[in-house]
Design a protein around this ligand. Sequence first.
Ligand code: HEM
Length: 217
Amino acid sequence: MNQQSTSSKNSAAAIIVIVLLFSIGYAILRYHIAGPVPWKDFPFFILNKGFSLAAFILVTCNFSFCPLSNLGVRIPASWLAARKAIGMTGFLLALIHALMSFMLFSPTVYAKFFEADGTLTLLAGLSMLGGVLAFVVLWAYNLSFQTHLREDKTFIQFITSRTFLLWAMILGAVHLVFMGYQGWMAPAGWHGGIPPVSLVAIAFFVVGYGANVLGRK
Ligand code: HEM
């Protein structure tokens, strides 16, 4: 292998496939195999969970590889080179997740998000606000590299700044915490003792956020 091919190696495809297989596999294991969800719900309800987890993991990796490397964690050059592709894929998966969630969003599917009169509970309102804001911020972040905005140095400096990224990550956490914390506190109710998807996502958040607080310049 010559030097050119070594330095241009990019692990994006491998990372994306592994994250998708893990996320969808986890949702199948927890909800179909250990839990009571019928297989007819796989194509939409369960895949939506898999896509949302994969989106969250890929975006967190995109934000965290460089700070982790600054902290001395050995991140392969091919992973660093993959950041742009995994960030874009994470954003597109979040878009798919948002569209699927809009279609599923009803008291029949998500009873815990609704009051008896059909309005949203406070926790669901806060969680969805976090989700929508996280999505829009992610959209702006991706757009800024694909349009003429990338020539605006001040704007790029702002959108890639430590402060902006730390707040953007908090929005994702708000989406998960208000949606999931009651379930996280009740392990007796976990299907087969397997933690909820939102708890797996928050574990990635904690590592990624810590890396960004400590290792982002
Ligand atoms: C318009 C924006 C969004 C809407 C309307 C939305 C809606 C939802 C809904 C309804 C759920 C519950 C799904 C379920 O329990 O089956 C959910 C869960 C989740 N969302 Fe979002 N979301 C949005 C943005 C995002 C973004 C930007 C991310 C990550 C990058 C994300 C990641 C997740 C994760 C990891 C879960 C946990 C899945 C679970 O516990 O089953 N969401 N979202």
